[in-house]
Design a protein around this ligand. Sequence first.
Ligand code: GAR
Length: 232
Amino acid sequence: MADRDIGSSAGNDSALRIVVLASGNGSNLQALIDAIVDKTLPAQIVAVCSDRPGCLALQRAQQAGIATWAQRPREFADRAAFDAALFAHIDALQPALIVCAGYMRVISANAVQRHAGRMINLHPSLLPRHPGLHTHARALAAGDREHGASVHLVTAELDAGPIIAQARVPVHANDSEDALSNRVRTREHPLLVGVVALFANRRLRTHGNAIALDGQPLTAPLHLDDHDQIQP
Ligand code: GAR
């Protein structure tokens, strides 16, 4: 689909070069693609990389004319070998930002450290609550009244890097895991697009794991408001 071909974004040198890592459905990748097509996000997705060949996220990328890279981890000797191949590919593309959007694989500490401050992750909980998996079920089991999603810098410790921004949703009394997950997912899309836009507009900057917004150190996570804007 030529009109949605955003992989090259030829001629827009100032567009932020990003690589997206994804393992599954890719609805957050699609939100990024749509925002670029709509010209609300001045970014260029130079590749989508995955540990799950054939996943829907890769199909979404291909539909949009974006280059893809996908390999099965079991074909590599260990995590370090898989990440060496993955990040060799990524580094050759020289992205300014690496966006983990539903990437379900732990990244080795060495690769994380080499990309400190340039890799963000979308996580389906209000970190530091519920790092790891099954966050919606755990929020329900814990009786949380509020749940949501976070975008944070990736550090070697899983889901523990500095939080950039969060979106909050209420937990209703008779929520199912699916209902809660869908409520969070709907807010993830503007949250992720909004954070990437702050990077693309050069408002968010990082120095290692320190984050600044408009030149001021970020001392508390930003939040997504009811108008899908990211606010202090
Ligand atoms: C999103 O909910 C994201 O927060 C989560 O995977 C989902 C991917 O959805 N990420 C993690 O759990 C990372 N540990 P998508 O494939 O439709 O974008």
